[in-house]
Ligand binder design. Sequence first.
Ligand SMILES: NC(=O)C1=CN([C@@H]2O[C@H](COP(=O)(O)OP(=O)(O)OC[C@H]3O[C@@H](n4cnc5c(N)ncnc54)[C@H](OP(=O)(O)O)[C@@H]3O)[C@@H](O)[C@H]2O)C=CC1
Ligand SMILES: [Mg+2]
Length: 342
Amino acid sequence: MLRVLQIVRLSSRCSSSFVSRMRFLNGLKQNDDVCSAALQDAHMFLFHRLSPLLQRNHQGTFRTAELRASDVQSLLENLGSDRTLLQEAVLIGCTEQNQAQFCLDIGGLDQAAVEELCGGTFVDLKKSFFLLSGAEAPLVAKAQALLRWHQTSGFCSATGQPTHRNQAGSQRTCSSSGIIYYPKMSPVVIVLVSDGERCLLGRQATFPRGLYSALAGFCDMGETLEETLSREVAEEVGLEVQSFSFSSSQHWPFPQSSFMMACHASVSPAYSQLCVDHSELEDARWFSQQEVLSALQTPPHRGGGAPPPSGSPQNTPSLIDSSQSGSRTPDPEPVENQSDLV
Ligand SMILES: NC(=O)C1=CN([C@@H]2O[C@H](COP(=O)(O)OP(=O)(O)OC[C@H]3O[C@@H](n4cnc5c(N)ncnc54)[C@H](OP(=O)(O)O)[C@@H]3O)[C@@H](O)[C@H]2O)C=CC1
Ligand SMILES: [Mg+2]
């Protein structure tokens, strides 16, 4: 308790609320007792087999279900589950008021019973991205990535012995060797290539029909950002990048955790002839600014792979990189009709 007070005092002395929140979270990761105390009064994000629990409000928009740790404890009691399940919750952040936020996967419980008791629905993460606000989607993505990491990291890859998590769930330690494991993610570069007039988009055979996106690729061990970018563009479309600039970054939970770094790159118009590697991409093409603008104004097609809207589907992408659209929220409609992502 003394340690809790020390951390609260340290936080309150900081002038910036951002600094205060970061210090508070770091304290929870470092001290299991402090973290346990924060868990008792935390905001909880519930998942069922990695699908988040969403609730629909009066305006018809979706939000993550607002639950406190005490609500989850009552839920566990109601369903005859072990109350200690709450200890498996993983820290994902904190509110502006330094209220800890945790996530918990209750995949062992009856899904329909939990949905009825909580007045919500467990929704596939990809579909949730279309329903949640730009502020909530990244938090839910982070939560799912951490829950998945814990579910698949129960044993040490060096000794084969069980690993044990700290209370925050920010690391796991091998009980035999003492090796500490941290949540893993793969760095990926996603790049919009331009020849000064047009931009280059490609599609993999597995993409939903009509979807084109910027080129992307995993970083090889030892590569810099610019080396990955140049290699991927050379490998996938046979072009040599002249210059590039960093644009933004995003965590991407599909299919495993990636750290996506988005860049713009330019190639010489004189050397813009594409030589597509069809083992990687089904198609890649240059698109004019007008084509991109009209595609972005076309609503995403619904129904998981339904054909793009009529017009000139052979020449116009119906979705451009919708995979980066975590903050894009279409009009609410039945969850099962939301469009697919990469
Ligand atoms: N436009 C796009 O392609 C978009 C991609 N993304 C995300 O970016 C990621 C990377 O894009 P993608 O074009 O698939 O990547 P790559 O162009 O690098 O091609 C994927 C292949 O790279 C190999 N590979 C190398 N390192 C890894 C690793 N750490 N994890 C998995 N595979 C690896 C695998 O081939 P092998 O098994 O033969 O070694 C895999 O099939 C995707 O997983 C996707 O989630 C997101 C938005 C858009
Ligand atoms: Mg690729």
